[in-house]
Write a protein that binds this ligand. Structure first.
Ligand code: C2E
Ligand code: MG
Ligand code: MG
Length: 640
């Protein structure tokens, strides 16, 4: 008996000992957990420690940490260990569902001891398995955080009160650490967000600066050439003027206008035209100093501000600009030759305001164009003449009503027979007020003031009447009438013409001379108009050939039969070998295309002989006869 009692005592002692050892181990684990976790701020590390230790502490098969989400309506399994934990982590559930909701609602742990507190239906639901789960709340300093849940006690038993107490104690130790780590995480996230916002803001700011620079660039620079635009030019000139006034210095203004750029644009297309402008700008830039401004005013106009320049230094520089264009430009394998006319005005001689200086440079530029010079300096005298030209418009109107216009006739002679075969009708105006006015002046004004159509119909009618008279007395003499491009492209042109030309016989008495430049711009429309003109029996001639850019083969597609080589080539032909080559090759090419060739501006016997040798068909010029009134022309015809 004694031995049995001893044995029983011994067993109790062993059990107590084991219990004690367990307790020591549990306390050690709790202590270790506390020390490790209290200095840990990384949330993932905290979770790892908590799940691993808690799992061990209550010998759970699975351990999970559900935490309340920020929306307070759901919770998410944030960490876990053991069986199936990996599959459950990250899962979110509504708060009012399941045990977690219950724990949150009652702020009490869940274990099998809660069965009595449950409503009957819940009790029935949970009765069998309540022991396989224990959940203790994780309570932060202010808020409920979530809980620690253990599932299925290893060894097959239920979780008991001891497990519950241990887990509660454990939860109270770790909850603060979890809460702190959560806060740190949140700070980190928001710091990260802030950092992102900051970076985004920086980018936005940079973009803003860039686009405002871009806007500034767009508003001050020209997008085609990247040169200062009109408004920056105004700004710079106004600053330069202020400085020049104080320093008693001069400023030169160069207005550079490209010649026939419209035609180049029409042929190349606008994109290529822009590219050409850009290339020209790059060339011009090479001779510009840092205190000078090269700007694009628009279209084909450039302007240069030259502080401290006088007329002679500015003319020298202007010549350098024109020289820069001598070398051709290559665009899409096409060789393009560009020339420019430059007008020059000087502060203070030619003006003291921006608008004065600019309009005077502009006027000089037109003078350069009119005189076929590359550079012209503003001259107040010519400006005065130009102004009188303006007052002329009213006088032209009156002169038309009062039939002051007259046609002069200049012979067009055959080089083979030496006889007059036709005449060119050239307009003349003996004005009571202006004296004898050349057509270059009044035709231009008529074109600008919509008077040209009426004048042209009058000229055609007058020439036809004259041709009919000459037909009666002499061999047939055809009369060539110059037709302004504006009239030719007028929508009423053909119908008006049909009112004048009653029959094909009438039409055959006339030839229309059309300037070459027109052929480029409106080719298709022109082709259709010319076909209709040709159908009336009228012959068509290309005037001033060589001054434009049209190719002969293109012109040949139009119903033209005559080509007039511009007098600028003919008059220089004897001295200038290049011009002679041009005249010669034009004659050959035109003949190959079946065109009759007329040389204009023949005013010497040498030119006449030379053209004869070159195989030209017809000649016109002062050597053979100046333009004269019809009465005088009659005499020429009777001598013919
Ligand atoms: P265009 O049609 O090329 O006419 C030839 C011009 O050259 C005429 O000038 C004529 O006088 C001039 N000329 C002829 N032979 C010689 C010569 O040997 N040496 C020199 N230096 N000049 C010569 P004009 O009469 O002053 O006419 C100038 C331009 O005005 C004409 O050039 C033509 O384009 C235009 N024009 C004249 N009359 C009319 C008209 O009734 N209607 C239209 N639309 N234009 C006209
Ligand atoms: Mg002509
Ligand atoms: Mg001509």
């Amino acid at each position: 008996m004694q031995a049995e009692e001893k044995k029983a005592d011994h067993q109790v002692i062993i059990a107590l000992n084991r219990n004690l050892q367990d307790k020591v181990a549990e306390i050690e684990l709790l202590q270790q957990t506390f020390t490790t976790i209290s200095s840990e701020l990384d949330l993932d590390r905290v979770f790892d420690i908590v799940v691993e230790r808690a799992c061990k502490l209550i010998s759970a098969e699975t351990l999970l940490i559900p935490l309340l989400d920020e929306n307070c309506h759901t919770y998410t399994y944030r960490a876990g260990a053991g069986k199936y934990a990996d599959e459950i982590i990250g899962e979110s559930l509504p708060l009012d569902a399941g045990v977690c909701g219950w724990v949150w609602k009652h702020k009490k742990p869940w274990w099998k001891g809660v069965l009595n507190d449950l409503a009957e239906n819940e009790r029935n639901r949970w009765e069998k398995e309540v022991g396989s789960m224990v959940m203790v709340p994780l309570q932060g300093k202010k808020h409920f955080l979530g809980g620690i849940v253990g599932f299925n006690k290893l060894g097959g038993n239920d979780f008991d009160e001891k497990d519950l107490n241990l887990l509660q104690l454990f939860a109270s130790i770790v909850s603060i650490a979890i809460e702190n780590a959560l806060v740190v995480k949140r700070i980190e996230v928001s710091h990260h967000l802030n950092e992102n916002y900051r970076k985004r803001l920086e980018i936005l700011n940079r973009q803003l600066v860039e686009s405002s620079q871009e806007l500034e660039f767009l508003s001050l620079y020209d997008s085609v050439t990247d040169l200062p635009n009109r408004s920056l030019f105004h700004d710079r000139l106004s600053q330069n003027l202020t400085r020049a006034k104080i320093a008693h210095q001069k400023i030169a203004l160069l207005l550079i206008d490209l010649n026939s750029f419209k035609e180049i644009n029409d042929v190349l297309g606008h994109d290529r035209g822009d590219l050409l402008l850009n290339k020209i700008a790059r060339r011009f830039e090479t001779i510009i100093q840092h205190n000078e401004t090269l700007a694009r005013l628009g279209g084909d106009e450039f302007v240069v501000i030259l502080p401290d320049y006088n007329i002679s230094t500015a003319v020298k520089l202007a010549t350098r600009f024109t020289a820069l264009l001598e070398k051709s430009f290559i665009i899409d394998n096409n060789e393009i030759i560009v020339s420019a006319s430059i007008g020059l005005s000087i502060y203070p001689e030619h003006g003291v305001t921006i608008s004065n200086l600019l309009s005077h440079a502009d006027f000089a530029m037109y003078q350069a164009k009119d005189n076929h010079d590359s550079v012209a300096v503003y001259q107040a005298k010519s400006d005065y003449q130009a102004r009188t030209r303006l007052t002329m418009v009213a006088d032209i109107r009156k002169a038309m009503e009062e039939h002051e216009f007259e046609l002069y006739y200049q012979p067009k002679c055959s080089l083979k027979t030496n006889e007059i075969v036709s005449a060119e009708a050239l307009g003349r105006w003996h004005s009571g007020h202006h004296g004898m006015v050349q057509p270059a002046i009044f035709i231009d004004l008529m074109e600008q003031n919509k008077l040209i159509d009426a004048y042209t119909y009058w000229a055609i009618e007058t020439a036809l009447v004259q041709a009919k008279i000459w037909k009666q007395y002499y061999q047939v003499v055809q009369i060539a009438v110059n037709i302004s491009p504006k009239t030719l492209l007028d929508s009423h042109f053909i119908s008006q013409l049909k009112k004048i030309i009653q029959s094909k016989q009438d039409g055959e008495l006339l030839c229309f001379e059309i300037t070459e430049n027109l052929f480029l711009s409106e080719f298709d429309r022109l082709a259709s108009v010319l076909e209709q003109v040709r159908a009336l029996g009228i012959t068509l001639s290309i005037d001033d050939y060589g001054t434009g850019y049209s190719s002969l083969s293109r012109l040949r597609r139009l119903p033209v039969s005559e080509l007039k080589i511009d007098q600028s080539f003919v008059s220089e032909m004897e001295k200038n070998q290049d011009d002679k080559v041009i005249v010669h090759s034009t004659i050959e090419l035109a003949h190959n295309l079946g065109l009759n060739v007329v040389a204009e501006g023949v005013d010497t016997p040498e030119a006449y002989e030379l053209l004869k040798n070159l195989g030209c068909d017809m000649v016109q010029g002062f050597y053979l006869g100046k333009p004269v009134p019809a009465k005088v022309f009659n005499q020429l015809l009777s001598l013919n």
